[in-house]
Design a binder for this molecule. Structure first.
Ligand SMILES: Nc1ncnc2c1ncn2[C@@H]1O[C@H](COP(=O)(O)OP(=O)(O)OP(=O)(O)O)[C@@H](O)[C@H]1O
Ligand SMILES: [Mg+2]
Length: 271
C-alpha cells in the first residue's frame, strides 16, 4: 500500500496557483468510457444516448447548464443510480451499471453536491464512514493500522480539521463542512475522484485550500472529475473538459478550446 506521505505529497504554492497540466505519467488512455447511456426521470431524459470518454490521469471539468445531467452522470458512474440503457467501461471492464458496493474495487471516490455528513457524528467518525461502509470487520482492522492513522492525521491537517476532530459535524461552519466532505474522499485511497461542486458557497481562502488539495491529487496522477460552474476555476484546474447539454455531449477537449466553441458559448455561457 502507498504511504500517506506519497499520496499527499504536493508542493505548497501561493494563492492563485495553477495545477500542473502535465501529470506525472502520460497515460494517454481512457479510464472510464460511457456508450449510449440513457437515464430518464418520469419522461425527462436526464442522460440522453450519451457517449463520452474520461481520459486517465486528467483533471476533467464536467460542465453544463443547470439540469444538463452532470450529477446524474456522476451518480450513474458511482453506483447511486442505475442507467436505463447503455454501457459503462471502467478500466477495460464493460458493465451495464456500477454497484455502489463495487466503488472501492474500482478505486472510485466522490463527494456529493448536497452533502452526506452524519450530523450527530464526530469529524473523525464521519471520516471513517466511507471505509466502514464497505466491510465493517475489514474496516475495523484497517482503522487500527499505522497507515490509516497516518492518513487520518494528514487528512485532518490538510482540511484544517485537526482542532475540530472531536466536534460533531453539525457544529462546523459551512466551509469546514465542505472540507470534511472532501476529507471523506481523501480517506479513500482511490484512483478516480469525483467532486460535485466542491467550491460552491466557499470563501476565497477556502477555495484556495480546495484548489491545493485537488492539485495535490493531480500531481499524484489521479483522475479527477470536477463539476463546477465557475469557468475561471475550470481553466485554472482542468486539462480536459466535457460539456453536457440536455443530457447529451455538447463538446469535449482542452478547456481553452472548448470554452471558445460556438455551441458552448451560445448554449451554456450565454455569450
Ligand atoms: N431523482 C430525480 N427525480 C426526478 N428528476 C430528476 C432526478 N434527478 C435529476 N432529475 C432531473 O434530471 C435532470 C438532470 O439533473 P441533474 O441533477 O443531473 O443536473 P445537473 O447538471 O447536475 O444540474 P445542476 O447544475 O443544477 O446541479 C434535471 O431535469 C433534473 O430535474
Ligand atoms: Mg448537479
Amino acid at each position: 500500500m502507498k504511504k500517506i506521505k506519497d499520496i499527499f505529497k504536493f508542493k505548497k504554492q501561493s494563492a492563485g496557483l495553477v495545477c500542473d497540466v502535465n501529470p506525472p505519467s502520460a497515460y494517454g488512455s481512457d479510464i472510464i468510457t460511457v456508450k449510449n447511456l440513457t437515464k430518464q426521470f418520469m419522461g425527462i431524459k436526464a442522460i440522453d444516448d450519451l457517449t463520452v470518454n474520461f481520459p486517465q490521469a486528467k483533471t476533467i471539468g464536467l460542465i453544463g447548464a443547470n439540469g444538463s445531467g452532470k450529477t446524474t452522470l456522476v451518480n450513474i458512474l458511482t453506483g447511486m443510480l442505475f442507467p436505463d440503457s447503455g454501457e459503462i467501461t471502467v478500466r477495460d471492464k464493460k458493465r451495464t451499471h456500477i454497484k455502489s458496493s463495487e466503488l472501492r474495487k474500482y478505486r472510485i471516490a466522490r463527494t456529493f453536491q448536497d452533502g452526506r455528513l452524519i450530523e450527530q457524528m464526530s469529524v473523525i467518525d464521519n471520516l471513517l464512514l466511507p471505509v466502514a461502509e464497505n466491510n465493517l470487520i475489514e474496516s475495523l482492522k484497517e482503522v487500527s493500522t499505522k497507515d490509516y492513522q497516518d492518513r487520518l492525521e494528514k487528512v485532518l491537517e490538510i482540511t484544517s480539521l485537526t482542532e475540530h476532530k472531536n466536534k460533531n459535524a453539525e457544529e462546523l461552519s459551512y466551509g469546514l463542512r465542505k472540507l470534511l466532505e472532501i476529507g471523506r474522499v481523501l480517506m479513500q485511497d482511490a484512483d478516480i475522484y469525483f467532486f460535485d461542486e466542491p467550491f460552491s458557497g466557499l470563501f476565497p481562502e477556502i477555495v484556495e485550500q480546495v484548489c491545493e488539495i485537488i492539485c495535490g491529487l493531480q500531481s499524484q496522477g489521479k483522475t479527477i472529475v470536477i463539476i463546477e460552474h465557475n469557468m475561471s476555476l475550470i481553466k485554472r484546474l482542468c486539462n480536459y473538459t466535457i460539456v453536457l447539454n440536455h443530457g447529451k455531449l455538447l463538446a469535449e477537449g482542452i478547456p481553452e478550446e472548448v470554452l471558445q466553441n460556438k455551441a458552448v458559448r451560445e448554449s451554456y455561457l450565454g455569450i
